[in-house]
Structure formats: structure tokens, C-alpha cells
Design a protein around this ligand. Structure first.
Ligand code: ADP
Ligand code: MG
Length: 245
């Protein structure tokens, strides 16, 4: 992990009507750092991820990515989005395109890269996530765990500087969770900067540099996993952990 910050949120506030969904959130993610975000349902974790990618506008505060203020719109925003890969609970693959076509689509259509170049990269990524032999199949022919690994390969095909994961294993059957976490763990080990919202505490313990606990839109605690799990400081974190561990 580097000393240099890649993602910096400074006093970010967001309201949905009267609901204060991000309440003065400040967070700095270093290059190569893996931050796991945990907290009760409705605490603002997804909104935080979406704000980093500007899928969700904020009302107050600043978010910078790699030293640059988040652009509001246009080409600069499209470029930023392509530098931050996002993986959601639902895989959102295109049903009528093959696995390989799904992975190639972003670089070819958005980045206007040469298909032959993208194809090699896409195949290498599919190999890496263990799906190389399924490239010509369609999403519906794959299991949920395989589809989510394709979604990760698709995000990586854009060669992002950071990856955001919003509950990537929550929709999977239990026996498929491990294969997706394995891919994420290997990415983390290779130095990818990652923000991961998850309820998988094993992943948090083993792969995270830092655990961030959110409640009611506030960033309540931030600590290395060993410290956080052994000694949560706030009552809200203690209460949350007592329910899930
Ligand atoms: P989490 O991911 O931690 O479960 P979210 O960020 O999805 O939390 O949501 C935080 C709060 O904001 C919740 O109370 C949710 O109902 C509310 N919320 C999320 N998206 C919207 C929206 N588009 N409009 C209104 N309220 C929303
Ligand atoms: Mg959520």
C-alpha cells in the first residue's frame, strides 16, 4: 500500500429529502489499500459507493479521485467512471451477448480500443477468474458465481485504478460465495485499490487493510480489522457485531 491517496471524501453530505443518508463522511483510501465497509442495512453503504462513482450526486463536501475533483458531467466524468470499476450484487450482464462479448463491450464501445487487442485482454481476464473455457457461452448458461466472476472480469477489462464492490456475494447461493471472494482476495494481493461493501467478515479479516463501520449515514469507526473485531469502540459497532458474528 502506498502513502498516496487515491480516493478522498471530505465532509461529504447527501440527503434524500429529509433523510441524511451521508452525514459528514470523510474517508481517504490509499493506492493499493483495501477498505471493507460494513454496517446495518440502510446505513448509506451503497450510496457511498455510488457517490464515489458519481452515480449519485452529493449535496455538500468534496470527493477527489487521483488528485482530481470529481467531474460533474461530460467526457471527464465518463473517463473517471472508466477508471473506477464497479461490481454490484446483481451481475447485470447482457443476456444476449456471449461472456466474451460482455467483457469486451466497454473497452471497444466506450474506449474505442481495437477489438483484437481487447479480445486478448478479455480472454486473459476470463482465464484469471477461472472462466476461460466458458467464453462463448451466454450468461444464463453460467452459475451465479461464474456470472459474478465475469462481472469482475468485465470491470477489470477497463483497466481501472480502483474497484468498488457493493455486496458482490449477497445474491449468491452459499456454495458460490467462496469462488468470488477468492478472485477478490487475489486482486487485493496484487495491489488493486478496493472499496468493498460486504457482510463476509472472513474476507474483512483476511483481505482488508481497514474496516470502516457505518451507521445512520455516519462513518462511525475506521480501524485495521484485527483491532476493529477485537475491540470495537462504539456501542453501535458492538451491537452490529453481536448480531452478525
Ligand atoms: P445500505 O447500502 O447501507 O443498505 P443505502 O445507501 O442503500 O444503504 O441507503 C441508505 C438510505 O437511503 C436508506 O434509508 C435508503 O432507504 C435510502 N435511499 C437509498 N436510495 C434512495 C433513493 N434513491 N431515494 C430515496 N431514499 C433512498
Ligand atoms: Mg446497500
Amino acid at each position: 500500500m502506498s502513502d498516496e491517496a487515491l480516493i478522498v471524501l471530505d465532509k461529504v453530505n447527501k440527503w434524500f429529502g429529509p433523510l441524511h443518508v451521508l452525514d459528514n463522511v470523510s474517508l481517504s483510501v490509499a493506492k493499493g489499500e483495501v477498505v471493507v465497509v460494513i454496517g446495518p442495512s440502510g446505513s448509506g453503504k451503497s450510496t457511498l459507493c455510488r457517490a464515489i462513482n458519481r452515480l449519485e450526486p452529493i449535496n455538500d463536501g468534496t470527493i477527489t479521485f487521483d488528485g482530481q475533483a470529481l467531474p460533474a458531467e461530460g467526457r471527464p466524468l465518463a473517463r473517471l467512471r472508466s477508471e473506477v470499476g464497479m461490481v454490484f450484487q446483481s451481475f447485470n450482464l447482457f443476456a444476449h451477448k456471449t461472456i466474451l462479448q460482455n467483457v469486451m463491450l466497454g473497452p471497444v464501445k466506450v474506449r474505442k480500443e481495437k477489438p483484437a487487442v481487447v479480445r486478448d485482454r478479455a480472454m486473459a481476464l476470463l482465464e484469471r477468474v477461472g472462466i476461460g473455457n466458458q467464453a462463448e457461452k451466454y450468461p444464463a448458461q453460467l452459475s451465479g458465481g461464474q456470472q459474478q466472476r465475469v462481472a469482475i472480469a468485465r470491470a477489470l477489462a477497463m483497466q481501472p485504478k480502483a474497484m468498488l464492490f457493493d455486496e458482490p456475494t449477497s445474491a449468491l447461493d452459499p456454495e458460490m460465495v467462496g469462488e468470488v471472494l477468492e478472485v477478490m482476495t487475489s486482486l487485493a494481493k496484487e495491489g488493486m485499490t478496493m472499496v468493498v461493501v460486504t457482510h463476509e467478515m472472513g474476507f474483512a479479516r483476511h483481505a482488508a487493510n481497514r474496516v470502516v463501520f457505518m451507521a445512520d449515514g455516519q462513518l462511525v469507526e475506521s480501524a485495521p480489522p484485527a483491532e476493529f473485531f477485537a475491540n470495537p469502540k462504539s456501542d453501535r459497532a458492538k451491537d452490529f457485531l453481536s448480531k452478525i458474528l
